[in-house]
Design a protein around this ligand. Structure first.
Ligand code: FNR
Length: 183
């Protein structure tokens, strides 16, 4: 059997480093892990008045989440927190009350930024939100990736050997985490 992983990227930018990192991580995943990008750019701004009449894009997003065996979040850090687009996606799929799509889905949290401690604060904020939503989130290893010249090679793979080794170790633990929660 295969494990479908819903990948949620907290950046809408075409050349997003977090998107690139998601693709590079997919190349480090085993064959029985299928990483699927869940789009969030067409979700409406969350409005509680729409809880009884959720947009098609919200229904689709929730259905996709429910069909996954695990989640992988890649978040930029915006002003020491998660981007609004990511929080908006999380809020949309958490409602109506009692009908959250998130509950029980095991997750990994990763982020890349241009700053040295970049995404550490964002990842902590994200973990706080996910804890409330009953998303079991792998605690270790943490992955705070700083963008550098040559980090991504011309095929989009990790081009720095030490980083590749670290991220392969991260992926191996993540795979075990997802399997444990789907046993
Ligand atoms: C940033 N950036 C940033 N970086 C960081 O390490 N800590 C921060 O608090 C912030 N704050 C911040 C706010 C806003 C509004 C922007 C647009 C950017 C820089 C950020 O790391 C950089 O833009 C990354 O490239 C964003 O990730 P993507 O879009 O490449 O995935």
């Amino acid at each position: 059997s295969t494990f479908k992983i819903g990948v949620v990227i907290g950046s809408l930018r075409k050349d997003s480093f977090n998107r690139k990192l998601a693709l590079a991580l997919a190349a480090l995943a085993p064959d029985d892990f299928v990483l699927e990008h869940l789009r969030i750019d067409d979700l409406p701004l969350y409005n509680q008045d729409q809880d009884g009449n959720q947009a098609e894009s919200v229904k689709r997003f929730k259905t996709e989440i429910v069909s996954c065996q695990g989640l992988l979040f890649l978040t930029p850090e915006y002003n020491r927190s998660i981007p609004g687009v990511l929080k908006n996606a999380i809020d949309n799929a958490s409602r109506p009350y009692g009908q959250s799509a998130w509950a029980g889905k095991p997750a990994g949290v990763v982020g890349i930024s241009v700053g040295a401690i970049g995404t550490a604060m964002a990842q902590q904020h994200l973990r706080n939100v996910l804890a409330y939503l009953d998303v079991p989130t792998m605690g270790q290893p943490e992955a705070f990736v700083q963008n550098k010249e040559g980090l991504f090679d011309d095929k989009g793979h990790i081009g720095i050997e030490s980083t590749k080794k670290f991220l392969q170790g991260w992926m191996d633990k993540y795979v075990a985490w997802i399997k444990t929660h789907n046993a």
